[in-house]
Design a protein around this ligand. Structure first.
Ligand code: MEV
Length: 302
């Protein structure tokens, strides 16, 4: 029996633009999803996954593993964890954890790059769209500068990121939002491409601000990023309410995190302002989440 866990993620900057080749900055969060795998009799795979109702990602991971390693036979897979609902990326976490666990079950030596490629293949086979940034976060963990064009992950040596996270209570449909933006780009290619390039530049500056721990500057860059996301039409009134509340309560900057349409917003704040900002988010109808960034990537638990 093998047990492996992988973290969820939060996008700090660069959502949507990363789908079009621009970089993004993503941090792994301390909410993890675990997968236990063992061999079972027969050829069928038995999946017991109360957290990840959509078992297509587990099925796809099994399919990719069997193809890559020429293995066969039944597997019993059970998932445990606390990733459900907030948009922290349970699909990528479960895919990465399953492939890592299967590699160990079959005694295959798989490096991080290969694990990323196999997992990304599995995720794409189910979703059809996606930049792979969430898979990179689950594999490498920490905080990563991920390039959408080359699919490279550069781990960033950052300490604590002073992040406050607010959940809108609305579940976003990432695939639909990515398609929406795609349709907008088809209709207004110049406008949308200009936005994507603008976001890419902000992300590059954001990386420098993050590395030098210049939170005030990073906050400002996040605000600018949010303006572009608003222009793309992926923000919502609820997200805007939580973002404004966080800003009014003294955040250096705030923006939506992920595809938009709901899920979470993030704010950067001095430690003595965190409580006030969390309260302001609650008063604006959101849920302040206790989430720590910069978490460890995929790891063996058993
Ligand atoms: C969704 O969390 C982030 C997007 O950029 C999609 C992706 O990169 O796969 C909208």
């Amino acid at each position: 029996m093998v047990k492996v866990s992988a973290p969820g993620k939060l996008l700090l900057m660069g959502e949507h633009a990363v789908v079009y080749g621009q970089p993004c900055i993503v941090t792994a969060v301390d909410q993890r999803l675990s997968v236990t795998v063992e061999k079972s009799k027969g050829y069928k795979s038995i999946i017991n996954s109360p957290q990840v109702h959509d078992t297509r990602f587990i099925d796809a991971a099994i399919g990719v593993a069997k193809k890559a390693w020429g293995t066969d036979g039944g597997i019993r897979i059970t998932t445990q964890g606390q990733l459900n609902g907030y948009g922290f990326g349970s699909s990528s976490a479960v895919t990465v954890a399953t492939l890592k666990a299967l590699s160990m079950l079959y005694e295959k030596v798989v490096g991080q790059r290969e694990l990323f490629e196999l997992s990304y293949r599995a995720v794409l086979s189910v979703q059809g769209v996606g930049s792979g940034f969430d898979v990179a976060a689950a594999v490498w963990g920490g905080t990563v500068y991920y390039t959408g064009s080359r699919k490279t992950a550069e781990p960033l040596a950052v300490g604590t990121i002073p992040l406050v996270v607010g959940y809108t209570g609305v579940k976003a449909d990432t695939v639909e939002l990515v398609r929406d933006v795609g349709r907008k780009r088809e209709a207004y290619p110049e406008k949308v491409d200009r936005i994507m390039q603008g976001v890419g530049k902000l992300v590059a500056s954001g990386k420098e601000a993050l590395l030098s721990q210049n939170w005030e500057r990073l906050g400002k860059l996040m605000d600018f990023n949010q303006e572009y996301l608003r222009d793309l039409g992926v923000s919502t009134q609820k997200l805007e309410d939580l973002i404004s509340a966080a800003k009014r309560a003294g955040a250096w900057g705030a923006k939506l995190s992920g595809a938009g349409g709901g899920d979470c917003m993030i704010a950067l704040a001095k430690s003595d302002k965190r409580e006030e900002i969390s309260k302001a988010i609650q008063q604006a109808g959101g849920q302040a989440l206790d989430v720590r960034p910069n978490a460890e990537g995929v790891r063996i638990e058993l």
